[in-house]
Design a binder for this molecule. Structure first.
Ligand code: SF4
Length: 717
């Protein structure tokens, strides 16, 4: 059944932009094609910037994730779909998140947004709600948009090939793609969005995930099953850059660096991001047992080498979009499921990524079968592997510490290294089939409160005391679960997670290598400068629809001869060529940073408007800064004793282990507070994390709608 349809005239792409927004109101069943004003383009660029602006304008301080006025925004950027350059299939999904209750965004690759752009749109904004399950169809060939009945299936990935062929009456199958959220997104707060596309080499559909923040939950809460796009307009020069030859030269140079460097360094092309497992383990950064430990003797059972040898089909160049020769999107073609509703079926598994494998090691499990099982079911259900994994590991630790009982869990005995238990709980969370699963699906922050209430009801402990204890090892900040790196030994990375506006996700700052491993940031000032520059340049990638991995994970050979090797400026110069050759401009790196600053500031303003965003929301759990309990301290006793004397400059002579642990925790807490002050100054905030008027003025966000937010935030603090 068709609920609404709308014909449109396709806007041609010019210098990377169509300057059109597709707006879908599900309550009114209205489809509107709008022009995007030039000021929006110059101020907010695209991608994350467009999502921020659409959410800021479309919502209010009272908007919650399930309010009809919440905006679910999708946007690529001016380079999304440019096939002469690596990493251009990316787009951003942004919304008011069920986990953080403020703006959260997630980036994802695949063919979806490049096709949306070819169909004529730089952004799609979905508002309203419907109690029917609907599908939006963007038909770029016939220039028609429809709101129609959703497919009668919740098996989104399992049936993706059939669906894509069913929708494919007049289009090459590579030119059709869709986004959807699975059934688990309905039952949890951390539902992800799958970006599904047809991979002609593997001859099957594949999926990448916009994992973080519950964007899939918002999608399903709106009654939106998914959005499908088809468009046959793909051709080499579709993005219409101002200077195509200049662009191609820069693209060729970047691809050459990738070809030369990756096989000798990280091997993303053959191992995907699982190559990180050994590296993280070697430096005590691989999360084990809810981030208590950073390494484990069994890590080699899930190492990148094992994935390369036993799991991935290496003959495929696995770029998630044309033009990317880093090609990290690996996959397993045949995994036989042993649990859940599809036990016995043999399925392909995309990825798994490092984050998913580490979510499993964080549960004390080191076997490939469980990693694949966990990965496939999370994707099929539409769950974020990070939030699901961290919630489970928090629950196991709470159980081990006697704060959660078998009665609470509905009879499930929790423990480390128990694959059967993990999968049983994952199924009950995704399907909502048990009372405990339904609670757990709301994430770590909710479970802290839920467990505290249970403990208070059965003991004489106070709620504050129990909540504080749980908060020591509940790995969330701002409501979002930590991504998969141990931050205890890197103060800069603690800030990278703590100050990240969406919550502790590494796509805003990942400074562990330069801080902890290379000691390139020895002072507070250097750390603070890095905590300004890296989030800004990373934000820029999310504004323009380009993958960061060819910049972050492939160090240009010339970078070592520059003042800041970690910034990888020779590669950034290629991106600058991409900008100026596409747009016909003469921008500098400082101009890109300023664009990011403005968008970043808008995110800050949304956080403040929603009642968050001040200093207390930048604090992180003790587990992210230091060992919390004696077992963690004793695991690296010699290292910590040496640290207390030679780094902290403390006298530990005659002190017991308990006293030394306390000294360490106090020291780390005070270092974090000092860093906070320094970073706020660098970013142009006051000590309560509220932007100064001068900062708003400098970035052109000094209209009344913005100034009013900071004034009321100041009154609050
Ligand atoms: S590096 Fe990987 S994630 Fe990034 S665009 Fe290439 S294949 Fe996709």
């Amino acid at each position: 059944m068709k609920y609404a349809s709308q014909s449109y005239t396709r806007a041609e792409i010019e210098k990377g932009y169509t300057n059109r927004l597709l707006s879908i109101d599900l309550t009114r069943k209205e489809i509107t094609v709008k022009d995007i004003p030039e000021t929006m383009r110059t101020q907010f660029v695209g991608g994350r910037g467009y999502c921020l602006k659409l959410v800021f304008d479309g919502t209010t301080a009272d908007t919650r994730f399930d309010s009809p006025d919440n905006v679910l925004a999708f946007a690529g950027g001016p380079f999304c779909g440019e096939t002469s350059f690596a990493g251009t299939g990316k787009f951003i999904v942004g919304t008011i998140s069920p986990l953080t209750q403020t703006f959260c965004d997630s980036n994802v690759g695949g063919h979806f947004f490049p096709l949306v752009k070819l169909a004529g749109f730089d952004a799609v904004a979905v508002t309203g709600k419907t109690d029917r399950n609907v599908l939006v169809v963007i038909d770029g060939n016939n220039c028609e948009i429809e709101i129609t009945e959703a497919p009668q299936t919740e098996n989104t990935l399992l049936e993706a090939d059939e669906l894509i062929h069913q929708w494919n009456s007049d289009t090459r199958v590579e030119n059709i793609a869709f986004v959807c959220a699975g059934s688990g997104a309905l039952n949890t707060y951390h539902g992800c969005i799958n970006s599904v596309y047809y991979d002609a080499r593997r001859k099957r559909c594949r999926a990448k995930q916009a994992g973080r923040g519950g964007t899939g939950t918002v999608m399903r809460n709106k009654g939106l099953w998914g959005i499908v796009v088809k468009c046959d307009e793909a051709k080499g020069n579709a993005n219409k850059p101002a200077d195509r030859d200049r662009l191609r030269i820069a693209g060729r140079k970047l691809r050459q660096v990738i070809r030369d460097v990756d096989p000798k360094s990280m091997s993303l092309g053959t191992q995907g991001t699982t190559c990180l497992i050994d590296m993280m383990n070697e430096h005590h950064l691989l999360p084990v047992n809810n981030y208590q430990y950073g390494m484990h003797d069994h890590h080699e059972h899930v190492s990148g080498d094992i994935f390369e040898e036993k799991v991935f089909e290496q003959q495929y160049p696995d770029g998630c979009f044309a033009g990317c020769n880093l090609a990290c999107t690996k996959g397993c073609e045949q995994h036989t499921l042993t649990t859940g509703p599809f036990a016995g079926r043999t399925v392909p598994v995309d990825g798994p990524e490092y984050e998913t494998a580490a979510a499993v090691t964080n549960l004390g499990i080191f076997d490939i079968h469980t990693v694949l099982e966990f990965a496939w079911y999370c994707d099929e259900y539409g769950l974020d592997t990070i939030s699901a994994g961290v919630t489970l590991s928090f629950l196991v630790e709470a159980y081990e510490r006697g704060l959660l009982t078998r009665e609470d869990t509905g009879g499930v005995e929790l423990g480390w290294g128990k694959p059967g238990m993990v999968m049983e709980l994952l199924h009950s969370i995704a399907t909502g089939s048990s009372a405990f699963g339904r609670e757990a699906g709301r994430g770590v922050r909710h479970m802290k409160q839920w467990i505290a209430e249970r403990v208070v009801a059965r003991t004489d402990r106070s709620a504050d005391e129990v909540y504080r204890e749980l908060g020591l090892f509940a790995m969330e900040t701002k409501g979002l679960e930590f991504s998969m790196y141990i931050t205890k030994e890197s103060l800069a990375q603690q800030g990278g997670y703590g100050f990240a506006l969406k919550g502790p996700q590494h796509d805003e700052a990942w400074l562990i290598a330069i801080d902890q491993l290379n000691n390139e940031l020895p002072t507070f000032k250097k750390k603070a400068v890095a905590l300004f520059w890296f989030p800004m340049i990373r934000t820029w990638f999310n504004l323009v629809g380009v993958c960061k991995l060819p910049w972050i994970d492939v160090r240009h050979p010339e970078a070592k001869n520059t003042d800041h090797p970690a910034r990888n400026m020779p590669t950034i110069e290629y991106y600058l060529e991409l900008v100026n050759a596409t747009l016909g401009t003469d921008k500098s790196v400082d101009d890109l940073i300023e664009e990011s600053e403005r968008c970043y500031l808008l995110h800050k303003l949304i956080n403040l408007r929603q009642g968050f965003g001040t200093r207390e929301y930048d604090r992180i759990p003790l587990r992210a800064m230091a060992p919390v309990f004696m077992n963690e301290y004793l695991f690296r006793k010699e290292y910590y004793e040496d640290y207390l004397v030679s780094v902290a400059g403390l006298d530990i002579e005659g002190k017991t282990d308990d006293q030394r642990l306390q000294l360490l925790q106090d020291y780390r807490r005070s270092e974090y507070e000092k860093l906070t002050n320094e970073v706020y100054e660098e970013k142009g905030y006051d000590l309560n994390s509220v932007p100064l008027d001068a900062t708003l003025q400098r970035l052109g966000l000094n209209g009344d709608e913005y100034l009013g937010i900071v004034r009321s935030a100041r009154e609050r603090t």
